[in-house]
Design a protein around this ligand. Sequence first.
Ligand SMILES: Cc1ncc(COP(=O)(O)O)c(C=O)c1O
Length: 384
Amino acid sequence: MNQHTRASTAPIPFIDVAAQRRRLGRAVDEAIARVLDHCQFIMGPEVRAAEAELAAFCGARHAITCASGTDALLLPLMAKGIGPGDAVVCPGFTFHATAEVVAVIGATPVFADVDEESFNIDPSSIERAIATARRHDLKPKAVIPVDLFGQPADYDAIGAMARAENLFVLGDAAQSFGATCRNRAVGTLADATATSFFPAKPLGVYGDGGAIFTDDDELAAVLRSLRVHGEGGDKYDCVRIGLNGRFDTVQAAVLIEKLKIFPEEIVARDRIARRYSRKLADVAAVPRVLGGRTSVWAQYTIRLPHGHRDRFVAALKAQGIPTAVHYPKPVHRQAAYCGFPVADGGLAVSERLAEEVVSLPMHAYLDEPTQDRIIEATRRAIED
Ligand SMILES: Cc1ncc(COP(=O)(O)O)c(C=O)c1O
């Protein structure tokens, strides 16, 4: 019997970084060897080359690489001088790094709810969060929409609201680089956009890394200074308080090779997600990509009826199929963040989603027999 048939319970990976590594093979080895030969480990030529390719990929005027997705969120807030007394609106249903950067600079995250269908920040809840911020005597300065699980947030509605309220829009595209909204690429949808190259992301490297995208020349110049200790004309001239937030040359070399296959991987991820949805839509609440948008499927996340998740996860685990819960607790319920304000009316959707979501294995190298194994196990676990 084929190892991938229904009877197999051999463990499969949730994200198969090794399969991509096999595909890239010598190209990555040689790219890393070139860095080992020229020894410019900090801000070497690959960093500038990666930035040029990233900017070209999404059509942004500037791509500024940095040490992580978290730094990619932190640096624009620092550049804007956001700090104590300021409010930054964040969704409650996200990875907590989105709010962490706000708290780290002494500003106050104010949590907004998300939309039931896209899981992304609900523009009407942003309005309520702004009102909440003002009631707490905070100045609303920015909003961080998150493109959760790979699908862009509603930047048209958010942008209109931000212009009216004079808010800076910082897209958290840690999960969505490569996606589009009305034929515009992520990286061009907000005043600045942050992405992550954490290995498990759709465009991951072999360590930490991130990038910021913007069309704003002045902001880009400040970001380039901030990521190198606030340097001015040369490295011993310091004009602002910054940090060591540089992208590693070795990781830039890896990124350049990964970008070459990224468009094909995006197509593969989308094909797999659509196939999952076709074969699961009659038994589970499958993810929806809203009109005019594409997703890069950082996660393929279904919803189960309240109280069914633990049994479902155990049933799949018994079949060798890993699942993950993104995220079991909304950020405003986390011990570190529960003291910060939430939008008037509360975050009922974020709280419900945290109880009901579960993600299935998703990566570009999932073959059809393995997909079928996951689909059949999912159906059985739900129907039993
Ligand atoms: C939504 C979101 N924001 C920010 C981050 C932080 O990125 P990094 O781990 O590269 O610092 C992540 C990564 O997990 C994320 O998923």
